[in-house]
Design a protein around this ligand. Structure first.
Ligand SMILES: NC(=O)C1=CN([C@@H]2O[C@H](COP(=O)(O)OP(=O)(O)OC[C@H]3O[C@@H](n4cnc5c(N)ncnc54)[C@H](OP(=O)(O)O)[C@@H]3O)[C@@H](O)[C@H]2O)C=CC1
Ligand SMILES: Nc1nc(=O)c2c([nH]1)NC[C@@H]1CN(c3ccc(C(=O)N[C@@H](CCC(=O)O)C(=O)O)cc3)C=[N+]21
Length: 281
């Protein structure tokens, strides 16, 4: 039976540490959250992020993007936030309303305020494995923190990342590669046999596709570390992308809820504080 990678507990520790450090810093980090109020998921997650921010001493500004907005109009909002000295961090919650190109908006955020690391400058730094302090997307960064907490070192391991979004798959693969894993990235065009073969070899599997039960127990290697990023609602309950039977074969598993989700939020707060510190230098 797999051991639990307890994201809820590790996230709580991280938030408690941050609350103390932010209090002692004398800084007043302020996070502007740009989101679609008509997207149920965004509304829920943005609310969770804002409550968690308030508890550690991070102020938030709520910027709802109305339906029918154009990419240009949202870019203008972001440019104003880039220039606003009171705002130290900007989070673009995906997905924005239909008709707005998320990637163009990510790219408009000033790199020093891009706390979720989704702009091309910060993604480029990550891809180049640049040394130093720059923001990295909260979900994959939180996964790395969680693995590290349990002493799981990706160096020399075979890793499979399923999904290739800017939010999860691409930065997850880059982080694992930078940590010296051998990485395979699977996506919609990966044929089933290829994915099965890759999974049979994988010491670490990280999946975020948005399909409940997508990763089944069969191809999983005995003792593998399985990270479930999926966040789906089935019969009113949060479920991931990993079939619960995987727990019988995996060595380690993140639960949903209580795994990657809480780590994402705590990591966003961590990155927001780090950006505020850099700007105060
Ligand atoms: N817990 C957390 O903190 C977070 C959870 N999530 C969750 O993770 C999931 C993914 O999110 P996100 O990356 O933003 O979503 P996207 O929709 O942007 O990306 C989904 C990815 O899955 C791939 N995919 C879709 N269907 C298949 C398939 N049949 N076989 C293989 N790959 C497939 C897509 O491939 P292609 O590129 O070819 O289309 C794409 O790369 C969602 O459930 C989301 O809710 C996301 C962020 C944070
Ligand atoms: N720029 C950007 N960055 C993101 O990080 C981002 C985003 N856009 N768009 C949407 C996804 C989704 N996301 C989640 C965060 C926390 C939970 C979370 O804490 N979930 C709880 C359960 C919540 C429930 O019960 O419904 C848990 O897993 O324990 C879930 C999902 C961040 N995302």
């Amino acid at each position: 039976m797999a051991q639990i990678l307890d994201g809820k507990a590790v996230a709580k520790e991280l938030r408690e540490k941050l609350a103390i450090e932010i209090g002692e810093s004398g800084l007043h980090p302020t996070l502007a959250v740009v989101y679609d109020p008509n997207d149920g998921g965004s509304k829920l997650y943005v609310g969770m992020k804002q409550r968690a921010a308030a508890k550690v001493g991070i102020k938030t500004q709520d910027i709802a993007v109305p339906a029918g907005s154009t990419t240009e109009a949202v870019q203008q909002i972001v440019r104003e936030l880039n220039l606003d000295p009171d705002v130290t961090g900007i989070l673009i919650q995906a997905p924005l309303p239909a008709g707005v190109d998320d990637a163009s908006i990510f790219a408009t955020v000033a790199p020093e305020k891009d706390v979720d690391g989704l702009g091309v400058t910060n993604q480029g730094r990550l891809f180049a494995n640049e040394e130093g302090q720059y923001p990295v997307a909260a979900t994959p960064k939180g996964v790395m923190t969680l693995l590290d907490h349990y002493g799981i070192n990706p160096a020399g391991k075979q890793a499979v990342v399923i999904g290739r979004s800017q939010l999860f798959g691409r930065p997850m693969a880059a982080l694992l590669l930078n940590a010296d894993a051998t990485v395979t990235i699977a996506h919609r065009y990966t044929d089933e046999a290829t994915l099965t073969t890759a999974l049979q070899q994988a010491d670490i599997v990280a999946v975020g596709v948005g399909i409940p039960g997508f990763v089944t127990v069969d191809p999983i290697k005995e003792g593998a570390v399985v990270v479930d990023v999926g966040m789906n609602v089935v019969n009113g309950k949060a479920v991931g992308d990993v079939d619960p039977l995987v727990a019988e074969k995996a060595g380690w598993l993140t639960p949903v809820p209580g795994g990657v989700g809480p780590m994402t939020i705590a990591t966003l707060l961590e990155s927001t504080f780090e950006a505020a510190k850099e700007q105060a230098k």
